[in-house]
Design a protein around this ligand. Structure first.
Ligand code: MOS
Length: 728
């Protein structure tokens, strides 16, 4: 089904099942330990051997020699895989560096060997007996030091590296009110609960990988390319994923090494990355330096807005695309953005939840707060004044829908914004200085082709199959809701099977496109299934309705199951997007409100309450959507106050590579969260009229926290995380 004109009324609009707060189908499996994860597939492979990954002990240089003799002789060891004996390995399209290094080393903890043994302990023991001598090379690990040598980034899915409209320099110089400030965000790790893990089994030439991955089809392609095998001989299975946050968009060393280990050991092998390896072996969100300049007239109209960003990555890597939202969110006739990329030899930088906008909004939305203060305006009034209903870089492109002002209005009323003193340090509650902060939320809405297969059987059950993944987001549930709505069934008559490359290729879970796009693919397949049912039952298509397990047409009412009396009906289709997204800018919007307390003596910072108001198209399931947003708000508190991968700038690695040193919020850090959704349906996004919400919930949170801390204390911190030492 090609989607290239705005959606009209369709069966989803009935909202009998879609739009209801149905419990997550996978939830019970996950919390009762009955959801099988990639490392636990003994049911599928019998008695696997265990692989233990050895990560490079240097960040840059090469392996001078490896002595494997003691490891190979160790008890239970079945094989030791290195670049020497692994055969020809290519680099996958999605990987910036090789997943098995040697002799050259690109980054610290890049995999250099896999030891396979009968038990995990034997594999680990064997790994400790591998002797490796390195020749240490020169690497660059310090973004601030590399900043001046950074070149302009290349183009990518984010558009060109730089944009310019009007005369930014002239308008900024002439502006009566100016802000020129630089903000920094640190490297951050995904730190998902389930580590990267894979179980591999070969059957002749055919490889099956039970793995933990967000994007099944990308993974198949990269496994095939890396190993030099045909894609049709690779099967990826990933029905349950214990969190990804972008860290599992691409196959990592666990998958490739499990496959190589299984080939060498001639039996199934499973490999999980240890927690320390997750931080330095895989990917992370790169640190950024962001210079923002805003010029405005005295009455608060932005006349010039400029956003420059520096980040680093491995050679051939990509920039952290922090300027994307600045191209779109506020009006202003004269504008510029630029992204520069420095070569660093830290682990590979890549996408982490809301790549680009998450760190971009952390900077931009402090800048907006600072500018409002210079203008003597309320921060919400300043944003309202500079709202735009069109893409400010291409004014002939309207937003498909944009209710940013409405989000602020509703949020201000709910949060009690009128009680905020514009004077910092004015509110006190015992020993706590109390402050309120606000920030816009903004994240683009991407749409991706997505396919599904649906099957109606004689019991009246509909089974949906698609390679879509559920990374804890609720995919199973909203897909079941979609099929139930389309076929006129209660949700318990729908079976959803996900995460298997044997199923039609879906949008996958990334970039907050998965919810809308994957359900739109299921919608398309269900439209076909409905047609097949109508044909089989010889009904008049013009007046047919599907409801309550029945198909009605004129005065005929037939149980849906009857259409499959002589055999299952199967339909497959995919949603494909035309250029609607080019003619209309599709984005999601929100407003984050935060109240903090800062201890007047110790500067301890506590978040007291949070509210997010989101305008993100139709909300397919308010319960799972709310869970996405409160999870994102929690992640935003982490980004504001705690999260930082600390770089050892001499040795070139992330020092705090475990969950003791890499701090994320716990329950005690998050006392109260509220989420409100504006009642929207965006006919430009898909027949579902939904948009992404899982990343929107993160964008802007960090700045709202930082702005609240400023309101509480009068101390403006521009370097994240905002830790108490920066307030003293
Ligand atoms: Mo998201 S960072 O595209 O999983």
């Amino acid at each position: 089904m090609k989607f290239d004109t705005p959606a009209t009324t369709n069966p989803i609009d009935q909202l009998k099942v879609v739009g209801h707060p149905i419990d997550r189908i996978d939830g019970r499996y996950k919390v009762t330990g009955t959801a099988p994860y990639a490392y636990e597939r003994h049911d599928a492979v019998g008695n696997p051997a265990y692989g233990f990954v050895i990560g490079a002990a240097i960040a840059k240089g090469r392996i001078a020699s490896m002595d494997l003799a003691a490891a190979k002789a160790a008890p239970g060891v079945l094989a030791v895989i290195t670049a020497e004996n692994a055969g020809q390995l290519a680099k996958g399209d999605m990987n910036t560096v090789k997943l098995l290094a040697g002799p050259d080393i690109d980054h610290y903890h890049q995999a250099v060997a896999l030891v396979v043994a009968e038990t995990f302990e034997q594999a680990r023991d064997g790994a400790e007996k591998v002797r490796i001598d390195y020749v240490r090379g020169q690497g660059r690990f310090d973004l601030a030091a590399a900043r001046d040598g950074a070149g302009m980034a290349g183009s990518g899915y984010w558009g060109p590296p730089a944009t310019s409209v009007g005369d930014f320099a002239g308008a900024f110089a002439a502006a009566p009110v100016q802000l020129d400030a630089t903000y920094t965000t640190p490297d951050q790790g995904h730190a998902m609960m389930e580590p990267h893990a894979s179980t591999a089994a070969w059957d002749g030439d055919k490889l099956t990988l039970w793995t933990s991955n967000q994007m099944i089809a990308w993974g198949v392609g990269d496994v095939a390319k890396t190993l030099g095998v045909a894609a049709e001989n690779v099967r990826l299975i990933s029905p349950f994923v214990g969190g990804g946050f972008g860290g599992k968009l691409f196959v990592r060393a666990d998958a490739i090494l499990a496959a190589l280990g299984a080939r060498a050991a001639k039996r199934p092998v499973k490999v999980a990355l240890t927690r320390p390896l997750m931080f330095n072996n895989t990917t992370h969100r790169p640190a950024t330096i962001q210079r923002i300049r805003i010029g405005a007239s005295r009455d608060g109209k932005i006349t010039a807005i400029g956003h420059e960003s520096w980040s680093g990555d491995q050679p051939d890597g990509q920039p952290e695309t922090t300027v994307g939202q600045t191209r779109l969110i506020y009006a202003g006739a004269n504008r510029m953005t630029a992204m520069r990329l420095a070569t660093l030899h830290l682990p590979e930088g890549n996408a982490m939840r809301a790549p680009g906008e998450a760190p971009g909004m952390m900077a931009l939305e402090i800048a907006m707060d600072e500018m409002a203060e210079k203008l003597g305006l309320d921060p919400i009034a300043f944003r309202d004044l500079n709202d735009t209903q069109v893409d400010p870089e291409s004014p002939d492109r309207p937003f498909s829908q944009r209710q940013l002002v409405e989000c602020f209005r509703l949020g201000a009323a709910r949060f009690g914004w009128d009680k905020r003193s514009p004077r910092p340090g004015a509110a006190r509650d015992g020993r706590w200085l109390v402050g309120l902060g606000v920030a816009a939320a903004f994240r683009n809405n991407l749409v991706m082709a997505s396919g599904a297969r649906v099957r109606l059987d004689r019991r009246g059950l509909v089974t949906v199959e698609t390679d879509m993944t559920d990374i804890g987001t609720g995919s199973y549930t909203i897909i079941a809701q979609t099929a139930a709505e389309m076929m006129g069934l209660p949700i318990d008559k729908v079976v959803v099977r996900l995460g298997d490359s044997a199923f039609p290729v879906s949008a996958g879970s990334g970039g907050q496109w998965g919810g809308n796009s994957s359900t739109a693919g299921v919608y398309a397949a269900c439209v076909r299934l409905r047609d097949t049912v109508v044909e089989r039952l010889r009904l008049n298509a013009a007046e047919v309705t599907f409801a309550d397990g029945q198909v009605r047409s004129g005065d005929r009412t037939v149980p849906l199951a009857e259409a499959a009396a002589d055999g299952d009906l199967v339909a497959e289709d995919k949603i494909e997007y035309g250029d609607l997204a080019k003619r209309y800018q599709q984005s999601t919007f929100g407003a984050h409100f935060v109240e903090v307390g800062v201890d007047a003596a110790t500067a301890e910072i506590r978040v007291r309450r949070m509210l997010a108001v989101c305008a993100a198209g139709r909300i397919l399931n308010p319960k799972s959507a709310r869970s996405q947003v409160i999870g994102a708000m929690t992640m935003g508190v982490g980004a504001a106050l705690m999260e930082e991968l600390v770089v050892d700038k001499r040795r070139g690695f992330f020092v705090n590579h475990d969950l003791a040193g890499y701090e994320v919020p716990v329950h005690a850090d998050i006392p109260h969260q509220e989420v409100a959704f504006l009642d929207e349906a965006d006919p430009m996004s898909s027949p579902m009229k939904a948009k992404g919400v899982g990343e929107l919930g993160l964008c802007g949170v960090g700045a709202a926290v930082a702005n609240a801390i400023y309101n509480a204390t009068g101390v403006r911190v521009r370097d994240y995380p905002v830790t108490l030492d920066k307030l003293l």
